[in-house]
Design a protein around this ligand. Structure first.
Ligand SMILES: Cc1cc2nc3c(=O)[nH]c(=O)nc-3n(C[C@H](O)[C@H](O)[C@H](O)COP(=O)(O)OP(=O)(O)OC[C@H]3O[C@@H](n4cnc5c(N)ncnc54)[C@H](O)[C@@H]3O)c2cc1C
Length: 454
């Protein structure tokens, strides 16, 4: 792997600097090298991969701290993985789900199959949201005919008016807003997620998981990359002009004809741009919010819930909204994964849990115990990973508030002279697929710039 740990030995003049060695930056660098450009990748952390990262337990089991599921619409991601010899396995086992609602525990194949009133409200809302999303262009949501009206309200406000069943509202909130507050996220932003995924069914289909995990993809890309990757070198400043850029990192700088900034817009806003970026792009960066969330894993000697025909999917609500079976085929262990988030009313619950010794563990295991029985309360191991504490991502999953997309959303993708944007949020789709497509398209834009430069 061409990792350089000492910034001083990095080249001082290249064609392109790629800032960020996450999936998107590494795809951009790979594509650019393929066309013969000289590339330097600069990464703030002492590792590559960004929001793709694995934790290895004492017994060698590997847990995915970050991105894990390969959605059905991840066409370019799947193509890339196949080209690197990385395969995948189905994500969610067959079986019934468990839904905790107040004091009750419901086992069902489909949500609300024993509650016709909530079912009507739930599926009716899905139909209405899908219809609204039909009119939201996947590439430019701010151009939707009713964009301003949809971006003025939150999903929560829409649910309050249109869905007259509390259990249905609660489940829709979990379905759509894993890492945020349903009363803070723009309805237009949610509809954009639906339209980018190609529909609601696709949006909520977890699809597959890579065998060995997604970090294998970034490692394989880095291994094959014939260009230096400088790590532990946060980029602090990008000076830009008609001739190109000067990128400063680790007490030194590199000159290039173009720079690819491959990260979430909110993170890009932490660097100094000289001269300053246009006000609308700057506002996009300051208003782009990452959701606060993470993952907890409980590991058992076997996936005992499967004996009762349960899939491991548990809808629990609150700060720990849902759990999944994350066992892998290479082991007999059972693994339950619980997402947690700081969503509105649950924010105080999460803060309390994090402040108490073992508070997260107790609450997660209490939820799993209620869903799957007492055996779930005593895992062999428990781990949790909080992305809000990660300085270079500050959370996971965008949660845009009202009024961002329709005012400054148009600045998301267009390059500003030699500054070209990448990162999952810039892609034609979201998440890992977005990271790949944004990396590819940034490389194409840079090739155009290099060809047209004198
Ligand atoms: C908990 C969690 C679960 C997820 N689950 C899924 C999932 O199941 N499926 C899915 O498809 N996606 C999932 N995602 C999203 C997916 O991980 C991301 O969309 C994808 O990894 C983004 O890649 P990226 O390269 O665009 O950004 P990042 O991975 O964030 O990479 C950006 C890189 O830039 C670096 N950087 C930032 N600032 C600077 C600077 N100033 N100087 C130098 N370097 C800098 C960062 O350190 C980082 O390495 C999940 C994410 C999280 C956190």
């Amino acid at each position: 792997m061409p990792i350089v740990r000492d910034a001083v030995v990095a080249p001082s003049t290249v064609d392109v600097v790629v800032v960020g060695a996450g999936l998107s930056g590494l795809v951009a660098a790979t594509e650019l090298r393929r066309t013969g450009a000289d590339v330097l990748v600069v990464e703030a952390q002492n590792r590559i991969g960004g929001r793709l990262d694995a934790h290895t337990c004492a017994d060698g089991r590997v847990l995915q701290r970050g991105g894990e599921y390969v959605t059905p619409w991840s066409t370019e991601l799947r193509r890339l993985a196949e080209s690197l010899g990385i395969g995948y396995e189905p994500a969610v086992p067959e079986g019934a789900m468990v839904r905790l609602s107040g004091a009750s525990r419901v086992v069902e194949a489909m949500p609300f199959e024993q509650d016709p009133e909530a079912a009507g409200a739930y599926y009716g809302a899905y139909e209405a949201l899908e219809k609204l999303a039909d009119d939201v262009p996947a590439d430019e949501p701010w151009r939707a005919e009713r964009a301003v009206e949809l971006d003025r309200q939150t999903l929560g406000a829409w649910l309050d008016v249109n869905v007259h069943s509390q259990p249905a509202r609660d489940l829709i909130a979990i379905d759509f807003v894993t890492f945020g507050d349903v009363h803070e996220v723009s309805l237009l932003y949610i509809l954009w997620s639906v339209s980018r995924a190609g529909g609601l069914e696709q949006l909520h289909d977890l699809g597959d998981r890579f065998i060995g995990g997604p970090p294998g993809i970034v490692e394989a890309l880095a291994d094959r990359l014939d260009a230096p990757i400088v790590v532990d070198a946060p980029v602090t400043r990008i000076e830009h002009g008609a001739d190109g850029v000067r990128v400063s990192f680790g007490g030194r700088s590199a000159l290039a004809r173009a720079v690819v900034v491959a990260m979430e817009p909110g993170q890009a806003g932490r660097m100094e741009f000289v001269p300053p970026l246009p006000a609308d792009r700057d506002r996009l960066q300051t208003r782009w919010l990452a959701g606060h969330g993470g993952k907890a894993f409980a590991i058992y000697d076997e996936p005992f819930w499967r004996r009762e025909g349960l899939s491991g999917l548990a809808v629990m609500g609150g700060a720990f909204p849902f759990g999944l079976d994350a066992s892998t085929d290479d082991s007999e262990d059972g693994v339950l994964l619980v997402f947690y988030c700081e969503n509105g009313e649950a924010a105080a619950e999460l803060a309390r849990a994090q402040a108490e010794p073992d508070g997260v563990r107790r609450r997660v295991l209490d939820g799993l115990g209620r869903a799957f029985g007492d055996a779930a309360r005593t895992p062999r191991e428990f781990h949790y990973f909080d992305w809000a504490g990660d300085s270079w991502s500050r959370g996971c999953g965008t949660m845009l508030p009202p009024g961002v997309l329709t005012t400054v959303g148009h600045t998301l993708r267009p390059a500003l002279g030699p500054i070209v944007w990448a990162g999952g949020e810039n892609g034609t789709k979201d998440w890992m697929e977005g990271a790949v497509t944004a990396g590819q398209s940034a490389a194409q834009t840079v090739q155009g710039l290099l060809r047209s430069a004198p």
